[in-house]
Design a protein around this ligand. Sequence first.
Ligand SMILES: Cc1cc2nc3c(=O)[nH]c(=O)nc-3n(C[C@H](O)[C@H](O)[C@H](O)COP(=O)(O)O)c2cc1C
Length: 265
Amino acid sequence: MPKKDSTKKTLLVALGVCFVASILVSTAAVGLKPLQEKNKKLDLLKNILSAGNLYKEGIDIEKTFNEKITAKIIDLKTGETIPESKFDDELSIEKFNINKLASSSKWGTVTPKSNNDPGLKRIPKVMAIYTVMKNDKIDKYILPIYGKGLWSTMYGFIAIDKDLHTIKGFTFYLHGETPGLGGEVDNPNWKKQWIGKQAYDKDGNIKIEVIKGIVDRSSDKAKFQVDGIAGSTLTARGVNNLVRFWLTENGYAPFLNKLKGDKNG
Ligand SMILES: Cc1cc2nc3c(=O)[nH]c(=O)nc-3n(C[C@H](O)[C@H](O)[C@H](O)COP(=O)(O)O)c2cc1C
């Protein structure tokens, strides 16, 4: 008899502990969600600032972002800005989510065929882009880029100077490539090389490429080339394809050409 009682009690205590623990865990999860969302947003802003060479340890990220950067959403096909009146449940600057938009029937599309296949089934028809201001004038544009590496989808930003062909910054903020191999895409020394490289030749043809091996600095082509990553040809090829994809006709070329037209006429 007492044995039966104690089994029951043990079970009750165990269930009670489980119940209390589950309440605590779910309360913490729900309670911490806003903080997690805020940190995620801050991390994104920090990465945009990094691509624009505007991030330093200890700065107020949100304040710096608001002072120096304006965000807008463009239609990739036309290069035109999407007015806020067209924003909806899926589309807004605050909620901009590349993957959600890519899979949306309204804002996404099957990835067009390209010589530079980014390895993505679908992409958004629209992108949030960031303009960096300096002394009240446009200094550069920070453009989101993404595509497949060897193991993962790599997400980053490329900054293009107001001259519309010089690369001013390059960063990946999310990827799942192997640390020490493909993961070197976010090694500051590797990213640094992109700065000053030319994305296009003077006729506007895409020229930037990640080569296999080390760039011959004395070559005429050096200004268009970035070193490969030792032992990681496949990740490097992914970066090459995704950068060239996003800087050509299916990505930002209509937007950049429109700016060129505005500048010249
Ligand atoms: C455990 C492991 C992880 C690897 N991770 C990567 C990687 O993240 N990116 C990559 O391009 N290659 C990675 N590789 C190597 C590829 O399989 C392939 O050999 C390499 O990309 C070829 O590059 P290479 O011609 O420069 O040697 C990995 C290999 C192993 C065994």
